[in-house]
Design a protein around this ligand. Sequence first.
Ligand code: FMN
Length: 177
Amino acid sequence: MNILDVIKNRRSVRRYRDKSVSNELIEKIIDAARFAPSAHNDQPWKFIVTKDEEKLEQMSEDSKYAKFLSSAPAAIVVCADYKNSHQREGIYDYSIDYFCIQDTAAAIQNILLAAQGLGLGTCWIGDYDEEKLSNLFNIEDPYYPVGIISLGFTDKLPGTPKRKPLEEILCYEKFEE
Ligand SMILES: Cc1cc2nc3c(=O)[nH]c(=O)nc-3n(C[C@H](O)[C@H](O)[C@H](O)COP(=O)(O)O)c2cc1C
């Protein structure tokens, strides 16, 4: 499939066909995450896969805008690793935090696109309680959860969300309103 088709056809999928998705497919998807760019090539990420019904149910209960998690066959909890960065000299902490989030966001986007290319639906979820999620998966400092991705075969494809037109977001040479 053409890369632009993969990008443009991806949707946030919140309804899944059944409860099955193989580890083989999941591993292909996480493997694609490894190829995301990261500042200093730090690769400050860790991916926790869950298919556990009780955990998915708990994550659903703990959120307001991701209730559908309980019906997803799997979810990936993406964690940022702040450890390497904080030990590096000469770089301010704020830029470390900033890089960590950008690096993990790039990895998440790779996951969404790889899943799309392999025929799976995903939704990037930001609505979670950091403490509860960390407790559920034993995530401890210096790791922090930065997102959840639900994953499965698409049951119902949502409509195409409105996009800002190119003219509104693109300028050449200098910033223009
Ligand atoms: C950082 C981030 C957090 C998000 N959190 C949620 C969420 O908690 N629940 C949800 O249903 N969708 C969530 N989404 C998905 C967005 O709602 C979705 O990407 C947006 O509406 C555009 O739709 P599309 O992904 O189908 O193009 C999130 C997306 C991002 C990037």
